[in-house]
Design a protein around this ligand. Structure first.
Ligand SMILES: Cc1cc2nc3c(=O)[nH]c(=O)nc-3n(C[C@H](O)[C@H](O)[C@H](O)COP(=O)(O)O)c2cc1C
Length: 180
């Protein structure tokens, strides 16, 4: 098992694509291959002290899953499986995908839900990201004037994805013990 576990939920594949882009940057001893949470056992997830997790926002500001009309189960169905676990001592970095033009009032809300879930269970969430460079009205992923994790919008700003990823991964490198 590598040091960092990389998990995602995805409906149309964009979050999976970003997870693959991240994994390409690190060796197998550092990071395991990305796993969809709908193919993940709770114990396998909880085995890591360092977690990189990604989610799109679907429905109206929801996590992906059957309620948001996804074709398969996702974070909505996975979180109840780990709701009684204690994440104290673990470090979690979150990346979220959304659409600021189509959903300016619920931009990246799902990332905010993941942040609440893991911080309420003791995890140290790292990787807060500036809100400059985005146009939206409201987001549950903004706390104290920053996004709680990396904000990505592949629908409108796909050209910025690679650069945003590089900057963010450098930013969280020390916290996740990634090679700088
Ligand atoms: C039906 C539907 C609802 C969506 N709702 C939201 C939303 O509430 N907030 C948001 O920021 N993005 C929303 N989006 C945009 C998606 O989060 C975005 O397209 C994302 O990249 C999809 O990722 P995936 O391909 O991994 O599923 C929605 C997209 C669709 C198709």
């Amino acid at each position: 098992m590598a040091q960092v576990g990389l998990f995602f939920g995805s409906n149309t594949g964009k979050t999976r694509k970003v997870a693959k882009m991240i994994k390409k940057k690190f060796d197998d001893e550092i990071m395991d291959a990305p796993l969809n949470v709908n193919r993940t056992e709770a114990e396998a997830f909880a085995a890591y002290d360092y977690l990189l997790i990604g989610t799109p926002t679907l429905g109206e500001g929801e996590l992906p899953g059957l309620s948001a009309d996804c074709e398969a189960e996702s974070w909505e169905e996975f979180l109840p499986k780990i709701e009684d676990m204690d994440f104290t001592g673990k470090t979690v970095a979150i990346f979220g995908l959304g659409d600021q033009v189509g959903y300016p009032d619920e931009f990246l809300d799902g990332m905010g839900e993941l942040y609440d879930f893991f911080s309420e269970r003791g995890a140290r969430c790292v990787g807060a990201w500036p809100i400059e460079g985005y146009e939206f009205n409201e987001s549950k992923a903004v706390r104290n004037g920053k996004f709680v994790g990396l904000a990505l919008d592949l629908d409108n700003q796909s050209g910025q994805t690679e650069e945003r990823l590089d900057v963010w991964l450098k930013m969280i490198a020390a916290d996740l013990k990634l090679p700088a």
